[in-house]
Each structure stands twice: as structure tokens, then as C-alpha cells.
Design a protein around this ligand. Sequence first.
Ligand code: T3D
Length: 256
Amino acid sequence: MTDTVLTARDGAVLTITLNRPEKLNALDASVHAGLREALAEAAEPDVRAVVLTGAGRGFCVGQDLTEFADTPDIAAALRERYHPNVLAIRALEKPVLAAVNGVAAGAGLSLACACDLRIAADSASFVPGFIGIGLVPDAGGAYFLGRILGTSRAFELMASGRRLTAEGALDWGLVSEVVPEDGIAERAAEVAATWAAGPTRGIALTKRLFDSAERASLEETLALEAELQAEATGTADFAEGVAAFLEKRPPEFGGG
Ligand code: T3D
């Protein structure tokens, strides 16, 4: 693991911290590689929830612009460095929470939006970045923002390049919660611990169903829900959930 991406375990929660604080966690080759390793660690079965955050005053300001000169083939760089990590976040069979502790710009904004949930510090802001240097959104930015905000709002934000405040992001549903800057790590740990104590297989199957529903017909979604529900009813957590309900006690989900 590179020291530009750190991982830490607290029970079943894995926290991944982008760690180039002096560059607001801009994504250089070492961060891309470190994130890839960290996401592989996140796939381990005993990890039941993941937090992605940034060290220092930034979340992530996207591509390290000083590396552009050394990147002759941008399309290949996207395919090799960005796409595997974005797809790995979506493929993780557990919830991924972006704790947006500061500015999220360009591909940093896309990364936050690739996650399943977002909370923000009151000092955070969301900066499209791409259009500021004449680029189109990448790292899945158009895909995720279009779905979270709706095409009209997402286009207006991404094509204008204007900065969205944490409160504005809350108002638009881009984040679910805004907390004081000095409390974001603690709140992220709390939220993640709650998710980690949930029925992890059921949550993973719900994630898969929603991801599929974005681009499937009603008929296809009904077919997949039947398949996934059959799988969900085979889990120990389903048995525990029903038993706890009948015994009028809180469930204790083990994640299996
Ligand atoms: O290559 C490919 O594969 C293509 C992929 C492209 C994907 C992309 O992400 S394109 C978009 C890239 N990101 C940006 O354009 C954002 C650039 N940054 C900014 O506009 C500003 O930094 C912010 C508005 C985000 C924050 O402003 P502020 O005033 O809070 O901080 P600052 O002073 O600008 O930045 C602090 C330091 O971070 C500074 O370094 P220094 O001068 O103290 O040594 C600054 O240069 C550095 N920094 C910020 N963003 C980047 C960066 N260094 C490299 N790359 C950056 N993206």
C-alpha cells in the first residue's frame, strides 16, 4: 500500500483515506494504485461497510493536473486508472459512504458520487472542475450526477462549473447530511457502524437491484428482484430478522 492512501479498520468498518493533504488529495499515479489496493481490501468478507474520505482540508480535487503533461493517451489513462476503481466501488457488496470533509472537485466529485451515500462537512464544497479546464465529466461523473440530481440540474452544475456549497448539496439531495467540520470523522464512523451492523447481504443485493434498475425495464427489474429475493431469503440474516420480529427483540445481524 502506498502512503498516499491509508486504510484503517474499526470492527467491520474499513476507512480509506486519500492522503496527499498538501495537494488536496489530487489523484496521481500512486493514489490511483493505492485506492485500487484499498478497494481490494474492502472486498474482504469481514468488512461490512466502507468509508472513503480525505486527509486534511480537502476530500479530493480530481486528477493531479501536474501529471497531464506525462499522460499522452488520456483515454487509456481513464481506462487503466479510473475505471477499475469506479467499477470496484459499485461492485463492492457492502455500502460505501463518502465522508466529504472538504472540497470535492473534478474526478474527486465523481468518486464521491460513485459511493452509495454521502455526508459532508459544513466547510465542504463541490466543484465540477472539468469544465473549468475545458473537459467533459469523467470517472462516471455524468452517469452518477445525472442519476442523483436529474439530468437538468446535473448538466447545469457540470457545464457551468459553479461551486456548490455543502448546504446547497444537501438541498439538492447530493448529500444526506451536513455536519460541523470537526465532527465529520466521528459522524462518518457512527453512520458506517450502523450500516456495518445491518443485514449486509440484503444491503448488497439492494445495491445491485438499484444499480440494475437504473437501466433496466420494469419487466427486467421484476425478474431480477425475484431472483435476488430468493437469494435474500436464504441468508442467515433473513432468518434472524424474522425470528427477532416474532420474538419482539432487536435483530442481531451477522452479515451472512
Ligand atoms: O488525466 C486524466 O486521466 C484525465 C482525467 C481528468 C479528471 C479530472 O479530475 S479533471 C479536473 C481536475 N481538477 C481541477 O481542475 C481542480 C483544480 N483545483 C482547483 O480548482 C482548486 O484547487 C480548488 C477550487 C479545488 C480548491 O481551491 P483552494 O483555493 O481551496 O486550494 P488551492 O490553493 O487551489 O490548492 C491547494 C494546493 O493543492 C495547491 O498547491 P500549492 O500551490 O500549495 O503547492 C494546488 O496547486 C494544489 N491542487 C489543487 N488542485 C490540484 C492541485 N494540484 C494538482 N492537481 C490538482 N487537481
